[in-house]
Structures are given as C-alpha cells and as structure tokens.
Design a binder for this molecule. Sequence first.
Ligand code: ATP
Ligand code: CA
Ligand code: CA
Length: 424
Amino acid sequence: RVVVGNLIGEDHVNYVLMYNMLTGIRIAVSRCQAKIKRTLTDEDFTARHKYSFDILGNELTPAAKYDFKFKDYAPWVFRELREDYFHLDPSDYLVSLTAKYILSELGSPGKSGSFFYFSRDYRFIIKTIHHSEHNFLRSILKRYYEHVKSNPHTLLSRFYGLHRVKLPHGKKIHFVIMNNLFPPHRDIHETYDLKGSTVGREYPEEKAEKNPRAVLKDLNWINRGKMLELGPEKRALLTEQLRRDSELLKEVNVMDYSLLVGIHNMQRGNRDNVRRNTLKVFSPDMPPLKRKLTQLKSFSPEAIAIRRAMRESDPKRLGTSPTDTLPEVDSRDRQQLIFYQDEGGLRATDEANDLMDTIYYLGIIDILTPYGSLKKIEHFWKGLKDDRHKISPVPPPEYSDRFFSFMRAIMRGGGGGERFKEEK
Ligand code: ATP
Ligand code: CA
Ligand code: CA
C-alpha cells in the first residue's frame, strides 16, 4: 500500500464523492455547531440527521453541484468528543476539512476495501468504512465515549465524525473522520503496523529497501531488533494506557486492530522531504488568514519554543516524578496529551528519562472489526488481494492479551532491557 496521496482534482474518479462528503460535513457540522451546547442525552447516541442536497437548494440546505443525500450520525456526541475530549477548535476542524475542497487520496483499497483521504493540511483522515464497521461503531459509541472521557490519554483512534453519503443511484458510502497520527511537518522514516502476531506479518525486506514509505509489520520489527526506547516513566505511562485501551477492545469484542508506529529520527530530520513534495500540504495557496486559523500555527518554531519552555518550567511536567498514574488533562491544551506532547508525538528517552533523538508517533488503529465479521468482510472483498489464509483470527480476549504482551515486550529504556524474542 502506498503511503503518499494523490490530490483529487475535478477529473478524478472520486471527485464527486469528495465534493459530497465535504459539502455534507460543512453543512451538518456547522449546523450543529451553531446551536448552544447542551448536555448529552441517551438519544444523542442513536441520533441521525438527514440532509438532502440538490442543485437548486432549499430552505434547509444550500444549492450543491450534485444531487445526493447525507446523514450525520450522533452529531452532538461527536461535537462533545471533538471539543471537550480531543481538544479541537471547532472552526479549525471545519476550516481544515472544508475551507477548500482539496483532499488527497491515499493508495488503493486493500483487502478491507477502504479508501483513505487526507485533509489538505494533513491533520485529518477520512476513511470509508464497511457497513458492518459503521453499525459496530454506532453500537459501541456510548462505550467509546465513556472510555475517551475517562481516558484523556487514550491511544485509540480519535473519531471526530461518522457520516454517510448516498448517491442518486442508491450507493451508500459510510465514512469516519479521524486523526492523522503522523505530523504534517516531519518526515516519518519508518512505519510499523504491529498486531502482536507473527503469522504472515512481514513486509518483504528487499522491497522495503526500495520503498522508505512501506508499512512494515511485526516480523520486520523483530528481525530488525527494534525497540520502543522509552525510559521508566514514559514506559510505565504507555503500558498503563495500552492496558486500559486493550481492555476496552477486549470488552467490546473486537480484533484485528494494530498499534501504528511512525518513527522520526531527529538527526536525519526532514532531509528526505518525502511527504511535503508529494502531498503539497504546504503549498502556499492558502491565504494568510486561513493559515492562521488552522493548527499549523501551533507548530511554528515560536509556538513550539514557548510551549517547550512552559513545559520545562512546570514542576508537574511528565517525567519529573516516577509514576504510572496518568495525569489529568484540565484545559484545552493538546500539549498536555502525554503521548502527543513532543511535536505531536512522543520523544524517546533513556533509562535516566533523558530525551533521545527519536520521536514516535503512536496510536491504535482499525478498531472497528468485531469478532465474527472479519471473515465476512474478507469474503466480501475476496479476490482483491489473496492473503486471507495468512490471517489467524483469534477470539478478542486472546487477541487483546497477545497484543498487550507484545507491546509491553518491545519497550525498553534506551540502552538496555528485555528483548521480545528472549521473553518468548
Ligand atoms: P486492513 O483491514 O486490510 O488492515 P484497513 O483498510 O482497515 O486495512 P487500516 O488498517 O485502518 O486499513 O489502515 C491501513 C494503513 O493506513 C495503516 O497501516 C497506516 O499505514 C495507515 N493509517 C490508518 N490509520 C491511520 C491514522 N490514523 N494515521 C496515520 N496513518 C493511518
Ligand atoms: Ca488494519
Ligand atoms: Ca480493517
């Protein structure tokens, strides 16, 4: 799977779909956002709001370029998640996604058949999902919401919205909007998608040499002798959060999720310029005002320096006292999110908790596959990519335990520690 995107222009096969998705998001989200915030009710979790767009427009929806229907699921729940728990600025969100109709498409469908689109500033990902994944997310929305609420540092995918576009001939496309774990401003030098299983979990090394953007897997990680270099404090915090997150995934009966790990080597820096050249995310066509509105501003050297100075003068700062109690997040400052505090990621540390020259970008992705549906989905897409036999679906409790023990085994403070292989 390729990891850089193709910009979707008017001549792209999915241009109409992109136009419809972004128009629907723009109208539906701003409509909800315009109302005065209120406390959530149980009905909010099952709510769906329908919009009908056409070229003429009506009192509810403005004229659109194409005819289509749009559904916004649980808008109030996602609004609260975005604002109160994911620390997103409401206007930032809409501006990033819809100020200009520019998305780039990531690769082609894999065996799941999903498409991925990046917002033009690269902060958000739209993922089309299977109907069963959609149903599943709705069925666990309350649990997910409660989990995020009581786990401000969760590593689970941050879902910002759940929607559906229906085209005039009846085709329905479900999609979620989530966080891009990888930063717009840094090259990712290595990417791993780790499940804790070794069956078929290898990207051919010969191919990896030629493709720096390959998504590597568990066996590549093990064979290359990789470790998450984290000192005792970060290690304890990450372990605790992984434990809680994988516990939830076990309870809601999912499997097939993975820990996505992007590695940025600060020595190597952005020399390769992999993403910027290809994705044009920094193309200067953005008027200054809009640029100010997006969160790219918080990555400016000044902003980073200020925040770093603030963090370093804060005695409560993570890493100054040994603890595995995850700190509370009390303001809207994203910088307090420990696993995303170092320029959007987590800096490696050694046994003395001193910073090292690596930044990890981590998150648990693909969390919408309930046990039992995997086989069906794979059957559905059969023929696209024939590696079904390599999957060894294990029940969620086993999957979760295996996932958690693998992740625990691959952490160490830079310079020492146990190896996964040796533990087995
Ligand atoms: P499959 O079911 O075949 O594994 P999928 O279509 O469900 O595939 P995912 O596993 O969700 O897709 O993601 C595929 C790849 O896309 C990941 O390995 C990763 O490289 C990239 N990706 C997915 N989600 C994110 C994210 N939130 N941030 C950055 N990259 C992501
Ligand atoms: Ca996956
Ligand atoms: Ca999947």
